[in-house]
Design a protein. Structure first.
Length: 155
C-alpha cells in the first residue's frame, strides 16, 4: 500500500466526546457522579470518530467506576500543538499504585481493585491510539485519583 501522506481515518473530536459522554451518562447517574467536559474545539483528528469514542468511553467509564461515589470525572481538552490534541480524564478516587501503572495496559491485566473488569479495555485503548500515532499516559490526578492523558494526532 502506498503512503499518500493522509491519515487512514478522519474523525470529529466534538462528536466523539459528545457520544462518549452520552454513553457513560447512565453509569454516572447510578453512582451520582458528575461528568464535566471542557469546551471542545471543532477539530478533525487522525482516528475515526467511533474508535475515539470507544477509547473515551473506556477511560470515562473507568473513572466513574474507580472514582468516589457522588464525585466527579473531569475531561479536559488541550491543543498541544499544531500536530496533536491532548485529552485528559481525571477522577477523584484512590488512584492507581505506581507498581500497577504499566501492567494495566497489558491484555488481561488489572490493578488491585474492588471494581469489576476484564483487563481488556486499557490494552485496547493503548493499541488503538498507538496505531494512529497517538499515545496514552497515566499519572496522578490533581483531584487525588488517576489522570489518563491521551494524545491524538490532528488532521
Amino acid at each position: 500500500m502506498r503512503d499518500t501522506g493522509r491519515p487512514a481515518a478522519i474523525g470529529s473530536l466534538p462528536r466523539a466526546l459528545e457520544a462518549a459522554h452520552d454513553a457513560c451518562a447512565a453509569n454516572a447517574a447510578a453512582r451520582q457522579v458528575g461528568i464535566v467536559v471542557d469546551d471542545v474545539p471543532a477539530l478533525e483528528i487522525a482516528i475515526d470518530t467511533d474508535r475515539l469514542t470507544l477509547v473515551l468511553v473506556n477511560l470515562i467509564d473507568n473513572a466513574i467506576k474507580h472514582g468516589r461515589p457522588g464525585g466527579g470525572v473531569f475531561v479536559g481538552v488541550d491543543i498541544a500543538d499544531h500536530r496533536f490534541v491532548r485529552i485528559t480524564v481525571d477522577d477523584d478516587g484512590p488512584g492507581i499504585a505506581t507498581a500497577d501503572r504499566e501492567h494495566i495496559f497489558a491484555l488481561g491485566e488489572r490493578a488491585t481493585t474492588a471494581a469489576n473488569g476484564s483487563g481488556i479495555g486499557l490494552a485496547l485503548v493503548r493499541l488503538m491510539l498507538e496505531r494512529t500515532g497517538g499515545r496514552v499516559d497515566l499519572v496522578d490526578s490533581p483531584l487525588g485519583g488517576a489522570r489518563f492523558s491521551i494524545t491524538v494526532p490532528r488532521v
